[in-house]
Design a protein around this ligand. Structure first.
Ligand code: SF4
Length: 127
């Protein structure tokens, strides 16, 4: 329609510019969509692949890293020199479990959950 209007009135440039502007806008949107689609799909796939915190297996005290950090499931039984009474996973800054939860994720052990009453030598008091 704009083309016909432009041909009929060669000095009327407004419709022709609108057509160009629409075309430019369409091309811009198409380029942005093409550029961002892989990133968006990757994000969706990453979310789908990441296990929910509840699905993480419980950390075993016999795990090599757990042993190296002196992890125990009962902080009152910790024998590590760095242990201070009253410290446990529930009040550690690395503990990401819900308040009052018996266990939860820990930043130091990203593939496992730890016991809220547990402890390891990476303990850092919550601010
Ligand atoms: S870093 Fe903190 S929350 Fe994680 S196991 Fe050690 S004491 Fe528990």
């Amino acid at each position: 329609m704009a083309r016909i209007f432009s041909l009929s009135f060669p000095h009327a440039t407004v419709p022709a510019m609108s057509h160009d502007a629409s075309r430019r806008r369409f091309l811009t949107i198409a380029v942005v969509a093409a550029a961002t689609a892989p990133v968006a799909l990757h994000s969706l796939n990453a979310e789908a692949a990441a296990p929910a915190p509840a699905a993480l297996p419980k950390l075993s005290p016999t795990d090599a890293t757990a042993k190296a950090l002196g992890y125990v499931e009962d902080a009152t039984k910790a024998k590590h020199a760095a242990f201070k009474p009253g410290s446990d996973c529930a009040n550690c800054n690395f503990f990401k479990g819900a308040k009052g939860a018996a266990s939860g994720p820990c930043t130091i052990f990203p593939k496992n959950t730890v016991v809220a009453k547990g402890w390891c030598s990476a303990y850092a008091k919550k601010p």
